[in-house]
Design a protein around this ligand. Structure first.
Ligand SMILES: NC(=O)c1ccc[n+]([C@@H]2O[C@H](COP(=O)([O-])OP(=O)(O)OC[C@H]3O[C@@H](n4cnc5c(N)ncnc54)[C@H](OP(=O)(O)O)[C@@H]3O)[C@@H](O)[C@H]2O)c1
Length: 244
C-alpha cells in the first residue's frame, strides 16, 4: 500500500530528520516550501534514502493562490495520504513591538497559511477515511508571556484550530496530532540559552511514536507537559510580574 506525505515547511531544521525517517520507510514525499533549490536537494536526498517518489512543491503561507493545485495533485495519489506542517516564524518580540505590521506576517506563517491549506486538504482525507495530519504548534501557545506573546498567540490559534480539526476528521477516521515542542536546537533558537532544550532528531522520534500511538497532543521534550502545567497554573497577579 502506497503512503504519501506532504511536508509543509520542509526546509525547517526540525523537519529534516523526520523527512529522512519517512523516506527510509519508503513513503512518497511532497516537500513544500519557498526555497525551490533547497527543496530539490532534499527531494534527491529522499530518493537516495528510499522514497519511491519525492517532489518539490512551491508553498508560501502568505499566498494561497496555488493551494487548490497542490491539493489536486495530492488527490490523484493512491493509498494513504498524510500531512505535516512545520511552517512558522518567530521574529523577536521587540521587533514586533517596534513594527506592529509584523503581527500579520507571524499569524499568516504560523496559523492562517497552514490552516488554509489543511482546510482545503481535509475533504480529500475525509473521503479516504484514513491518514494522519500533524501540526507543529508550540508550548508558547499555552500562555502568553513577555518574551514572545505574538508568536504565542499565533500558535495558540493554530493549536485551537488543530483541536477542532481533530474533532471533525476523527469522525471520518483521520487522526490529527498536535505537537507542542519546547525549545529545539534549530536556527530559530540560535544563541539562546533555554532549559530543557531538545534536538530535531529527538523531536522526530517523539512525532513518529506519537503517530504510532495515535496521541492527540504531544509535548517534545516530554518534560514540557509538566513545565507548562506549572506555568499555566501560576496565578495571573504573579505571572504578570514575571520576566521570561
Ligand atoms: N525551534 C524551536 O525551539 C521551536 C519550538 C517550538 C515550536 N517551533 C516550531 O517548529 C516549527 C519548525 O521550526 P524550526 O525550529 O525548524 O525553525 P525553521 O528552521 O526556521 O523552520 C521554519 C519553517 O517555516 C517555513 N516558513 C516560514 N515562513 C513561511 C512562509 N511564509 N511560507 C512558507 N514557509 C514558511 C520556513 O521556510 P523557509 O526555509 O522558506 O524560511 C521553514 O521551513 C515552526 O513552526 C516553529 O514555530 C520551534
Amino acid at each position: 500500500m502506497t503512503t504519501t506525505w506532504i511536508v509543509l515547511g520542509a526546509t525547517s531544521a526540525m523537519a529534516r530528520p523526520l523527512i529522512r525517517a519517512l523516506a527510509t520507510k519508503g513513503a512518497t514525499i511532497y516537500l513544500a516550501g519557498r526555497d525551490m533549490d533547497a527543496l530539490e536537494t532534499l527531494a534527491t536526498d529522499c530518493r537516495i534514502a528510499g522514497a519511491p517518489e519525492a517532489h518539490a512543491v512551491k508553498f508560501d503561507a502568505r499566498d494561497a493562490s496555488n493551494y487548490a493545485e497542490i491539493v489536486h495533485s495530492l488527490a490523484a495519489t493512491e493509498g494513504t495520504l498524510n500531512a505535516i506542517s512545520f511552517v512558522g516564524s518567530m521574529p523577536e518580540q521587540y521587533e514586533i513591538d517596534a513594527s506592529p505590521d509584523l503581527i500579520a506576517d507571524v499569524v499568516m506563517d504560523s496559523m492562517t497559511g497552514p490552516a488554509t491549506f489543511l482546510t482545503r486538504l481535509a475533504p480529500v482525507m475525509e473521503a479516504r477515511g484514513t491518514g494522519v495530519i500533524v501540526g507543529i504548534s508550540s508550548v508558547a501557545g499555552d500562555r502568553g508571556r513577555l518574551g514572545n506573546y505574538v508568536y504565542g498567540a499565533a500558535k495558540a490559534a493554530f493549536s485551537t484550530y488543530l483541536s477542532g480539526l481533530r474533532n471533525r476528521l476523527g469522525r471520518a477516521g483521520v487522526h490529527v496530532m498536535t505537537v507542542k515542542p519546547g525549545p529545539v536546537d534549530t536556527p530559530m533558537t540560535f544563541g539562546k540559552k533555554i532549559p530543557f532544550m531538545t534536538t530535531p532528531e529527538a523531536v522526530a522520534k517523539d512525532i513518529l511514536r506519537g503517530i504510532e500511538k495515535r496521541r492527540n497532543v504531544i509535548y517534545t521534550a516530554p518534560i514540557w507537559r509538566l513545565v507548562m502545567a506549572v506555568i499555566t497554573h501560576i496565578p495571573e497577579p504573579i505571572f504578570k510580574k514575571m520576566s521570561f
